[in-house]
Design a protein around this ligand. Structure first.
Ligand SMILES: Nc1ncnc2c1ncn2[C@@H]1O[C@H](COP(=O)(O)OP(=O)(O)O)[C@@H](O)[C@H]1O
Ligand SMILES: [Mg+2]
Length: 352
């Protein structure tokens, strides 16, 4: 019996976003769980300045060392047959790299350019979800131009829906640039902070209650995990996520009403389809105290894959161990490419 050849798989990590460090951690977990008999892995590290590194410098970046080279423009190692972008945040999870890969006709794990962009843009995704009747917290949008032209008016609009509230850059993740504002006099600093990270922000009234996450993996039928719960002291900020790790991820969840559980799973599946996502996504929820009302907080098209992350853990509980999750994601990418190729045959990319 002939042994199938290992698939040349480029794993992208690092990147220009403020989630660079998180991406390195995710990439380590992914690399540890890719079966070397199935994959010939090519490391492609991307520096914080956006340089795409060769194999040795990529290894150094991964190990937290100085890569000792500036890197080049985007490239793929010769012979690449599939790309796994283990990138979070802008310039990685927002559709730009996915679009570049789509142009080259190379299979890419996860969502395409449109789904990635929609999910990354908190305001656009809320518009789509709400239009289709899925509950999301209400919000006020403020642009940098508006804040600079009339800060007082921007502050008044920001507090108009009530306090406490959350002020967020529109397109980021890992809680970077987000503030919980409880007092009016904290608002100006919160708006200024969010606008350091994006030229558009949103302000949402706090949904007091519990926080859950649901993992989704494409397939027939769609694989939707049970919810996992995030228990944090105040809110799930960057520190509690990655630094002191005071937040606890609980799965399976206790004391959750069956109707809320199945509602979240249904909403997660619907959000996945509405936002044109592929491969995988994590859909995050707030469930309001007393009323039990379920809100989608946000949708992540490239959820964290660190050793402490919720996505791989929820999928494991759903019966898919991590190496099998990665196999399935690569298979989905290859199959999608095959289906697209039978509809229209793009010219082969120069490097393939
Ligand atoms: N409307 C809200 N009500 C209560 N908590 C919120 C609200 N919005 C955000 N949070 C808290 O802030 C965290 C980060 O917000 P999120 O929108 O998920 O941003 P990010 O994309 O950076 O993860 C959430 O996990 C939650 O703990
Ligand atoms: Mg979040």
């Amino acid at each position: 019996m002939s042994v199938p050849e290992a698939l040349p798989l480029a794993v992208l990590f690092g990147g220009r976003s403020e989630e660079h460090e998180v991406s390195l951690q995710s990439a380590k977990t992914v690399l540890d769980n890719l079966d070397p008999r199935k994959y010939q892995v090519h490391l492609v590290g991307i520096t914080r300045e956006g340089g795409w590194l060769g194999p040795e410098a990529s290894q150094r970046l991964l190990e937290g060392k100085d890569p000792a080279e500036a890197g080049s423009a985007p490239y793929l190692p010769a012979g690449t047959r599939c790309v796994f972008p283990v990138l979070h945040g802008p310039h990685g999870e927002d559709g730009l790299i996915q679009g570049w890969l789509e142009l080259q006709g190379v299979p890419v794990v996860g969502s395409g350019s449109v789904g990635s962009h929609l999910a990354m843009d908190k305001i656009l995704s809320k518009l789509v979800l709400r239009y289709q009747g899925l509950s999301v917290p209400s919000w006020t949008e403020i642009t940098r131009e508006q804040f600079q032209a009339n800060p007082e008016e921007a502050i008044q609009r920001a507090i108009a829906r009530g306090l406490p509230c959350f002020v967020k850059p529109n397109r980021l993740g890992s809680s970077v640039g987000i503030s919980r504002v409880a007092e009016e006099d904290q608002m100006a600093a919160a708006l200024a902070l969010a606008l350091q990270h994006d030229d558009r922000l949103l302000v949402e009234p706090e949904v007091p209650g519990r926080e859950f996450e649901v993992a989704v993996m494409e397939g027939e039928p769609l694989l939707v995990s049970e919810p996992g719960e995030i228990i944090s002291e105040q809110w799930y900020d960057y520190e509690s996520k990655y630094q002191n790790q005071s937040a606890r991820l609980v799965a399976p969840v206790e004391n959750l009403h069956q109707s809320a559980r199945s509602k979240m799973m249904r909403m997660a599946a619907e959000a996945f389809r509405l936002l044109r996502l592929s491969g995988l996504a994590r859909v995050d929820f707030r469930v309001k105290d007393h009323s039990g009302q379920v809100f989608i907080n946000e949708v992540n098209s490239l959820p964290g894959f660190t050793s402490i992350s919720m996505y791989p853990r929820l999928m494991e509980l759903a019966g898919v161990p991590l190496p099998a999750q990665l196999d399935r994601l690569v298979q989905l990418a290859l199959r999608k490419q095959l289906a697209a190729a039978t509809q229209s045959a793009p010219p082969q990319a120069a490097l393939l």
